[in-house]
Ligand binder design. Structure first.
Ligand SMILES: [Fe+2]
Length: 387
């Protein structure tokens, strides 16, 4: 079936002089255009509200609202309507003003038919191109938006996969030492809570959390005979044990998205006063994530039950950490830690336990219970459970 030709463009002729309106509309109708007329600017605007109006030919000088008013009103309410202005002889200044305000053309009154038709055709062609451009632009924007959504989703999937992989790795390590991954998860939660209190957020906060999660990953390189030894370590065994921050750092540092966590892993056994290892870093030389982690790790070590002792109260742990502010711990971090307060910390632990129970119930697997074993000899200071 052959497509029908498009209907003739509707042209609205606006002039207060009835004879001018009639002459122009009769001539244009003979040329095949569909014409409507209006005797003033406000009437023209009303008509455009009712019917699609691609083109307006308007007189400049009219009683009441004039051509400039019409131009402004159409720009605001019908920006896709093209407007040709008719101006009196010698009024070039306002004609130029019209063009500046968005009219597509101006013609001197009375316009010659050939000039009028040329101007109409030019305006309609320009409008068609402009509308096509806008349509294309919209389509393009929609496409970009769709692709961005897809990409964002893909990135999120990847990051969830990363997190799950890291969790699996940490669970495997914890299983070797503690038989449960609760310790690592709790340390991450405390670390994130203290870091948030310090005003850290966004990507930096995520990286610090990841560093806390992976802190002991280097223990994979520590022999079982040392890591799982029930008694005190010999000096040689301590040398082996103290390699774990370096081993962990070397493992994950080449992975681009783990470079910040890697520096936390490397410095997680440092102390604020410079008496830690492996590099005896001091104060701000230690990554802020590692300084926060040190407090979080000690809190969890002190408040968790061990086979050979019950965990102490949060009040005792808070007091002990506060006592070691400036020696083992960064005073600024301890200040943020104290701002969370004993009740705040207890709530964090209770929330974690509730979440774990809900997860276990939904998986219908038996609970692992409390951490079963820790191989850490007491070191005098309220230091981390691990070596
Ligand atoms: Fe460690």
């Amino acid at each position: 079936m052959e497509a029908l030709p498009p209907p003739p463009a509707r042209i609205l002729i606006v002039d207060d002089d009835e004879s001018v309106r009639d002459v122009i509309s009769v001539l244009l109708r003979e040329e095949g255009y569909h014409c409507d007329t209006a005797s003033g600017a406000e009437m023209a605007l009303d008509m455009a509200e009712r019917d699609d109006t691609p083109l307006v030919i308007s007189d400049m000088k009219m009683p009441g609202k004039d051509g400039l008013w019409l131009l402004e009103a159409f720009r605001e309410k019908h920006p896709d309507t093209s407007i040709i202005m008719l101006t009196g002889y010698g009024d070039t200044e306002s004609a130029v003003d019209c063009l500046r305000r968005g009219a597509v053309d101006y013609l001197l009154k009375p316009p010659k038919l050939t000039d009028l038709i040329r101007s109409i055709e030019r305006a309609l062609a320009k409008r068609r191109i402009e509308l096509a451009r806008k349509k294309y632009q919209k389509k393009l924007e929609r496409k970009v938006r769709d692709r961005t959504t897809e990409l964002r989703k893909a990135l999120k999937d990847i990051s969830v996969t990363y997190e799950n992989t890291l969790m699996a790795l940490v669970s495997a390590l914890d299983a070797r030492e503690h038989e449960t991954s609760d310790h690592s998860v709790r340390v991450v939660e405390y670390t994130v809570a203290i870091a948030t209190q310090l005003g850290i957020k966004g990507a930096e906060l995520e990286e610090i959390g990841r560093g806390a999660l992976l802190h002991d990953i280097g223990k994979i390189g520590v022999p079982d005979a040392v890591l799982l030894k029930p008694g005190a370590l010999t000096p040689d065994e301590w040398v082996e044990m103290r390699k774990h921050p370096d081993i962990g750092f070397n493992m994950i540092q080449p992975i681009p998205f783990l470079s910040v966590p890697a520096s936390i892993v490397l410095s997680h056994q440092e102390r604020f006063d410079g008496r830690g290892y492996p590099r005896n870093l001091k104060a701000n030389e230690i990554h802020i994530g590692a300084r926060v982690f040190a407090v979080a790790d000690t809190l969890d070590a002190m408040t968790s039950d061990r086979p050979y002792r019950r965990g102490t109260t949060f009040a005792n742990a808070v007091a002990e950490i506060t006592r070691c502010s400036g020696s083992q711990f960064d005073p600024e971090v301890v200040k943020a830690f104290n701002a969370i307060g004993e009740q705040g910390l207890i709530r964090i632990k209770e929330d974690m336990t509730a979440r774990r129970r809900a997860r276990e119930a939904s998986q219908m697997t038996p609970s692992h219970g409390l951490p079963a074993a820790s191989m850490n000899p007491p070191e005098g200071e309220p230091g981390p459970t691990h070596h």
